[in-house]
Structure formats: C-alpha cells, structure tokens
Design a protein around this ligand. Structure first.
Ligand code: NAP
Length: 458
C-alpha cells in the first residue's frame, strides 16, 4: 500500500462528509497514518463538503472509485434504499474487492441483505471487509467481539441498539410524555427521521442484531426470521405500572442468546427491573452487553458481570470515527488479511428457536369496559391455555389517561367506563400467549388490543 493511504468514498451524505472532513484535517495522523481522500462518488456533487474547493475529487460514476488505480481503500457509506439499490451497492462493493481494494462500510442493510455474496468476494479476492460502524455507530463493538474477546465463548448478547427508540421511551418514562409527543420531540432534535418507521418498529435494531448474531453465534438469519415488536403501542401508563408495581421500566431490547444448543433472538420492548444496568441507559445512548461463559464461571460473584459497551450509537462524527478506525486497522494489517470468515464461526448453536417457542414471563396490559366478572373470565381463558397468572396490578388513572387509551382502541366509551389493568404471567411461551390473547380479543368488553411485553429475567 502506498503512502499516504489513498481513500475512495462511495457516498457523500452525513457520514461520507464527516469521513472526508476528518481525513482532510489529519485525524488519522495521531497514530501515524497519513491519509487522503482521492475520489468521492455521489449522484449530486454540488454543495457537498469539499466540492467548492476541489470539484475534481467528485464523480457520479461509482466505478471511478471502485476501479480507480490510485484508490487503496474504499469507504462505503451509502444510504440504503430498496432492494434494487442494495443490489447495485453490493455490485460496487464486490467490484472494489475484485480490484484488490479492502472495504470499510457503515451500511448494515447491505450486509444483512447481501452479506454472503460480499464475504465470498472478500475471500476470493483476499481482501477484507470491515463494518465496525454498522452496529452501535461510534461504539467499538465488532472489533472487541471478534478480536479482544475471541477466546470467550458467547452465552448472550443484548442491548439497546436504536437511539431513537431509547430516546422516546426515556422521555415517556421520565417526563410522562405521550408516545406521539416524544416522537415529535425526537424529530425536532434530529434524532428521528421524518419517516421514523425503521427505528420505532425495531427493524433497524433487528438488522444490527442479525449482524451481531452472525459474528457471535455464526447464525445467518434474514430479516423477519426473529420475533420483532416496535414501541408504537407503548402508552405512558405502562411506565406507571412498571415503576409503581414492578419497580421496573420499559426498554426496547435486542437479545440473542444460546439456550440448550438453540439460538433465541428477539427485538422487543421489555419490562426491565430498575436494578438492571440496562434500565439506567437513557436518551439516544446505545449499549451492548456481552455475556461470556468464561467470564461467567469460576470466581464467586463472577456470574454478575457482563462486558458492557456504551456510547453514541449514531451521528456523522461518531460514525465516521468508527469507519476510520476500520481504515486504520486495514492499514495496520496491510489491507490483505481476509476478515471474519462468518461461515467458520464455531457457535455451539445449531438451530434457531421458532418465535412461538420463545419463553418468558409476561406483562399484559388490558383495557376493558368496566363490568363485573371480567378479570375472572380473563384468568379462566389464560388458565385454559395452561398459563399461570402471577399478579394483577391496578392503578388510579386520570380521565385524560383513560381517554387517550381508548382513542387507540374502540371509541365512544366515556372515561368512567374504561378500566385498564395489568396481569403479569409466570413463564409461558409466545405461542400459548398469542392463542389466549386471540380468544380474549374477541370479547365485546375489550376496548383496545392487549399489549404484551416480556419481563426481563423474571
Ligand atoms: N448517520 C448515522 O448516524 C449513521 C450511523 C451508523 C450507520 N450509518 C449508515 O451509514 C450510511 C450512510 O448514512 P448517512 O447518514 O450518511 O446517510 P445520508 O446522509 O442519507 O447519505 C447517503 C449517501 O448515500 C447516497 N445514496 C443514497 N441512496 C443511493 C442510491 N440509491 N444510489 C446511490 N447513492 C445513494 C446519497 O447520495 P447523493 O449524495 O447522491 O444524494 C448520499 O451520498 C447508511 O448506510 C447508514 O445506515 C449511519
């Protein structure tokens, strides 16, 4: 590799612009890497950082980056579009590898959709693909999991992988805001996109979890294969029940763990006890906890410890730092060490547990029309499904709270007729719970679809 290291960038958005600026201002020089950006692909060069002073740096042809004889390393920071766009982006990454150029990417959607073809091209070309920025933005996670912790045997990875969802839930918990209010505030502060669906539905966290599950457990899963639930139906009163009755809060948790040789994975809001460290991670912060079997055994109290990684999960600067960390590593390894042969990861996991077989204790919030005998009937239906009730929680509510609950369900009911309450359940399977709730949903007195959430560790 020549000196200075010559970087070509695919993409000139938030992250691409920040990568350009950090390289231009010598941010890699601290550890002795002399680098420069020699080509940038964007469909719209005008107005991009650096364009005014050096328009010749820009091209509207991706091949002018991936095949450029003077580019040593390709940084791929394209925004993901539809399936067609991802296929085109995959071709560009594969083209860079075939031209002998290692790649650092921030594009998790690309790896989730086309990882297999990209790893194959990396292996055939003997060039590395690094993707630290794909999970947790600026937090170093992939490097520690694949290098520092290579000798650990994974038991579980779990955490808060979407800053937008964590910000919204934190605002609801700490300031009793409605979901709609907290989302509007996230958008006003630039934490949520105009279309927030990928964040609040859990799809973004799911893509990150699938990457983590592949490097930790060797599991190759496609989106849709795991249980995923968004945060859209959480109501401010759920935080009241969780806090006052369960000494807990609600967090959107991504979890993958090996249980009896099978992988269990899900992204879902969960009721998390206040004493668990994950409950205290607030705002847009991301955090990943890694439970290893080596660190988990042995010394007294060792089982209480997980490895914890936390920090800024997004933002142009933080993400560009992660991308350039990969560039630094590629330079240190001369760019030719094939990285992460995902297929060869020895996982100890040989199947993926079907969604309906996932087991947990559950929080179920009901909103019914206030009549006598309803709680008894619900408990009977649950019992017929072989589900044991643990506790029944009930709080006083304001008229405003009650009306906002039914606004989301069947309208036309006056506040004093609306009765919310929570039933917590002993451990059962998702499938059994779903069947019971399908029966319950048909009852006339049910005013809103019951909300069910796993209870962490109960
Ligand atoms: N922003 C973050 O905090 C963050 C954190 C972690 C990972 N990432 C990932 O980093 C990547 C870049 O994010 P960003 O925030 O920089 O996005 P962005 O500001 O929207 O910029 C996206 C760039 O990709 C280009 N692009 C989008 N769709 C394209 C298509 N179909 N064909 C060709 N070019 C296309 C855009 O082209 P034009 O210049 O032509 O408009 C732009 O240069 C994404 O994959 C994202 O998931 C971002």
């Amino acid at each position: 590799m020549g000196s200075p290291v010559r970087i070509g960038i695919l993409g000139a958005g938030t992250v691409g612009g920040a990568v350009h600026d950090l390289v231009a201002t010598g941010h890699l020089a601290r550890f002795g890497v002399d680098a420069e950006v020699v080509k940038v692909f964007t469909r719209r060069p005008e107005g991009k950082p650096g364009y005014a002073t050096a328009p010749e740096l820009f091209t509207t042809d991706p091949a002018a980056v991936t095949g450029h004889p003077d580019v040593d390393i390709v940084v791929e920071v394209l925004g993901a579009g539809g399936a067609e766009d991802l296929r085109a982006q995959k071709e560009w990454v594969v083209d860079a590898l075939r031209h002998g150029k290692p790649v650092a990417t921030a594009n998790k959607a690309l790896l989730v959709a086309h990882g297999a073809e990209i790893w194959t091209a990396a292996r055939e070309s003997g060039r590395a693909v690094r993707f630290e920025a794909c999970v947790g933005g600026g937090i170093p996670i992939i490097g520690p999991l694949t290098q520092s912790l290579a000798a650990e045997r994974p038991a579980a990875i779990y955490g808060l992988l979407n800053g937008t969802s964590n910000y919204i839930l934190t605002e609801m918990a700490q300031r009793s805001r409605s979901y709609e209010d907290a989302l509007a505030s996230a958008q006003a502060l630039g934490y949520a996109e105009a279309d927030p669906d990928a964040d609040v539905s859990g799809r973004d966290a799911e893509a990150k979890l699938l990457l983590l599950a592949s490097i930790t457990f060797g599991a190759r899963l496609m989106p849709g294969a795991i249980h995923r639930k968004g945060i859209e139906r959480i109501h401010a009163i759920d935080f009241l029940y969780a806090a006052r009755k369960g000494r807990a809060t609600i967090k959107s948790v991504a979890l993958a763990r090996g249980v009896d040789g099978a992988l269990e994975a899900m992204v879902s809001p969960m009721v998390v006890p206040e004493r668990h460290p994950i409950a205290g991670i607030d705002g847009v912060t991301n955090a990943l906890f890694f439970k290893g079997q080596v660190s988990d055994g042995g010394a007294p109290g060792a089982g209480d410890w997980d490895y914890v990684f936390a920090g800024p999960g997004a933002g142009g600067g933080a993400t560009a730092v992660a991308v350039l960390g990969d560039v630094q590593e590629l330079v240190a390894r001369s760019g030719d060490a094939p990285f992460l042969p995902v297929e060869s990861i020895v996982s100890g996991v040989d199947s993926v547990r079907p969604q309906d077989d996932l087991r947990a204790s559950f929080y179920v919030r009901f909103v019914v029309c206030d009549q006598s005998g309803i709680v008894g009937e619900l408990c009977q239906i649950l019992g017929e499904q072989r589900i044991n009730v643990s506790e029944i929680w009930q709080l006083e509510h304001t008229e405003e709270e009650l009306e906002s609950l039914v606004g989301r369900g069947k309208g036309g009911t006056v506040a004093h007729e609306i009765l919310p309450f929570v039933i917590t359940l002993e451990e059962t399977s998702v499938g059994q719970l779903r069947q019971a709730l399908e029966r319950i949903a048909q009852k006339d007195y049910v005013l809103a679809e019951p909300l069910w959430l796993p209870i962490w560790g109960a």
